[in-house]
Ligand binder design. Structure first.
Ligand SMILES: CC(C)(COP(=O)(O)OP(=O)(O)OC[C@H]1O[C@@H](n2cnc3c(N)ncnc32)[C@H](O)[C@@H]1OP(=O)(O)O)[C@@H](O)C(=O)NCCC(=O)NCCS
Length: 148
């Protein structure tokens, strides 16, 4: 059974394996440590037994949730693990009276775009040539949350 819990410093080496396999411009290890010690940052891992299969890093800033990183281990994709993390984030957002989620996604990242589209995110802007490795634009996606 998949459990989603807070990320700890000793998870970072496993998280880094997924990060390097998932992105052309992966975060450095130090970036995860920085997030772990940042007051506004919340970092979760999805775990099955002792196996870390995904993670979600976000900031809670005022009444917004900023998704900074989400990835699932390559051989565990399309099993609903990212969906579980987003569902938990929605519950977190409701509890904390957040009114919006925001993130950036590479315009060429079809899988992630489908994932966000399924979850009701809409494109509100674009940062030109945001990604150095392919000069792709970043799409800015948001999802409004019910606050009642
Ligand atoms: C994007 C990512 C996090 C999705 O994780 P996942 O656990 O495989 O996603 P889920 O199984 O929870 O899928 C939920 C929905 O997302 C969409 N989706 C996920 N993978 C997809 C794919 N390969 N093709 C099309 N749609 C996909 C589908 O709508 C899916 O719902 P469905 O199963 O009912 O069709 C994963 O592909 C990943 O880690 N990619 C590399 C890192 C990355 O790009 N992160 C996003 C940065 S902005």
């Amino acid at each position: 059974m998949i459990k989603i819990r807070d990320m700890h410093a000793d998870d970072v080496s496993e998280v880094m394996k997924i990060e390097r396999a998932s992105f052309n411009e992966p975060w450095a290890e130090v970036h995860f440590y920085f997030e772990l010690y940042t007051r506004t940052a919340i970092n979760w891992v999805a775990e099955e037994g002792k196996d870390i299969c995904g993670y979600l890093c976000f900031w809670k800033i005022s009444d917004e949730l900023h998704i900074n990183n989400i990835a699932v281990k390559e051989d565990r994709r399309q099993e609903g693990i990212a969906q579980k993390m987003i569902d938990k984030l929605l519950i977190f957002g409701r509890k904390n009276k957040s009114n919006m989620m925001i993130l950036e996604v590479n315009e060429h990242n079809e899988k992630a775009r489908k994932f966000y589209e399924k979850n009701g995110f809409v494109e509100v802007g674009r940062r030109a040539k945001y990604y150095a490795h392919d000069q792709a634009d970043a799409l800015i996606l948001t999802k409004e949350l019910e606050t009642k």
